[in-house]
Design a protein around this ligand. Structure first.
Ligand code: SAH
Ligand code: SF4
Length: 365
């Protein structure tokens, strides 16, 4: 009936309406389909009883309205669940659900691997294979909801964070589409504050994001000076700290969000000294910023070590002393390699192109 490459799962409402109009149907069919897909978790058109028989047949004929296949599921002692999902062509991605009192956070992947090459990250070490489509991203949410059920009559997924495999802003279009579905009242109904994009610092895309999706933003800073940050997070050579922070403050103003969360992985003897904490405080004090200190999660082959608890506490104390809200993230799911930076899936690295040219390919158009 139509372009077989359009996957209806993960399509924002207006695109879905355009799709139905394009096939001679009324735009309200989009609402009906969204209620089935996201409200009831029904993907089989045959069960969508308020659509006409012909339309049901046509939708069924134009698959795929299907969720990714689960290759493995693991549950941590702390209740964290990790799914390893088939991503086509022998590749795999990972999705993690982290239950906490009163909320449940789903950590989704946005790419198969990651090209940003941060030195302390298991995903980055594997290289990059491909961008995920919006359907693949929303598929992770739909799959988690199906697997977790609604034990208390409501969805256990209250928050979605783009902190799994990949650099979300290097897959801008699909990630923005997925965000639209996450916040749509006919789909997942999450408030914008409960959807967080975490980025290593792609400045032009941060600026574009402010115009199209006013979701919460987390920025992986990890160092208070350019020399060290460029070593840990290579994109810093292209967009150094001052430029990045300016884009962050502009984002807050343009989007009316409360603040930016700065993530800072503490690496023993690398970025965890009191002097570095003071320098970081100098960058963020009196700004709309909060800091998330992340204990380093080791993975096979890395030579970095986790900072001592006393160093973490001293670092936190210095930031708090400058009136910066600072939280030390509790490590979750590390017994099943589901913690930050441990996600590895299966990635056949296809490109290791210089950062500059790679960025051109992935910019929002
Ligand atoms: N690419 C995005 C989002 C995915 S990574 C980004 O870099 O922000 C999610 C968070 O995990 C980032 O803050 C990242 O720096 C952090 N991280 C990466 N490797 C880690 C590791 N080995 N231990 C702890 N955190 C890590
Ligand atoms: Fe990519 Fe984020 Fe890992 Fe850096 S930390 S390599 S941007 S996933």
């Amino acid at each position: 009936m139509t372009d077989p490459d359009v996957n209806l799962l993960g399509l924002p409402r207006r695109d879905l309406e355009a799709f139905f109009v394009g096939v001679g149907e009324k735009p309200y069919r989009a609402r009906q389909l969204m209620k089935w897909l996201y409200g009831r978790g029904v993907l089989d058109p045959a069960q969508m009883t308020d659509l006409g028989a012909d339309l049901r047949r046509e939708l069924a004929a134009r698959a795929p309205l299907r969720l990714p296949e689960i290759l493995a599921a693991q549950e941590s002692a702390d209740g964290t669940v990790k799914w390893r999902l088939e991503a086509g062509g022998g590749q795999a991605i990972e999705t993690v659900f982290i239950p906490e009192p009163g909320r449940g956070t789903l950590c989704v992947s946005s790419q198969v691997g990651c090209a940003m090459d941060c030195s302390f990250c298991a995903t980055g070490r594997q290289g990059f294979n491909r961008n995920l489509a919006a359907a693949d991203i929303i598929g992770q949410v739909a799959l988690a909801r199906r697997e977790l059920g609604d034990p208390e009559g409501r969805s256990p997924v209250t928050n979605v964070v783009f902190m799994g495999m990949g650099e979300p802003l290097a897959n801008f279009r699909a990630v923005v589409q997925a965000c639209e579905v996450l916040v749509d009242d006919l789909a997942y109904k999450l408030s914008r504050r409960r959807v967080t994009i975490s980025t290593s610092g792609l400045v032009p895309q941060i600026r574009n994001l402010a115009e199209v999706a006013r979701v919460a933003l987390a920025v992986s800073l990890h160092a208070p000076d350019d020399d060290l940050r460029s070593e840990l997070v290579p994109i810093n050579r292209r967009h150094p700290i001052a430029e990045l922070l300016e884009a962050c403050w502009d984002y807050v103003e343009a989007t009316n969000t409360r603040e930016i969360t700065f993530e800072y992985v503490l690496l023993d003897g690398v970025n965890d000294s009191p002097a570095q904490a003071r320098r970081l405080a100098g960058l963020l004090a009196r700004r709309p910023a909060k800091v998330n200190l992340i204990p380093f999660n080791p993975f096979p082959g890395t030579s970095y070590r986790r900072s001592a608890p006393e160093a973490v506490e001293e670092f936190r104390r210095i930031l708090a002393g400058a009136d910066i809200v600072t939280v030390t993230r509790r490590t979750r799911g590390d017994d099943i390699a589901a913690a930050c930076g441990q996600l590895a899936g299966r990635v056949d690295n296809r490109v290791r192109v210089p950062l500059g040219s790679r960025q051109q390919e992935t910019t929002w158009s």
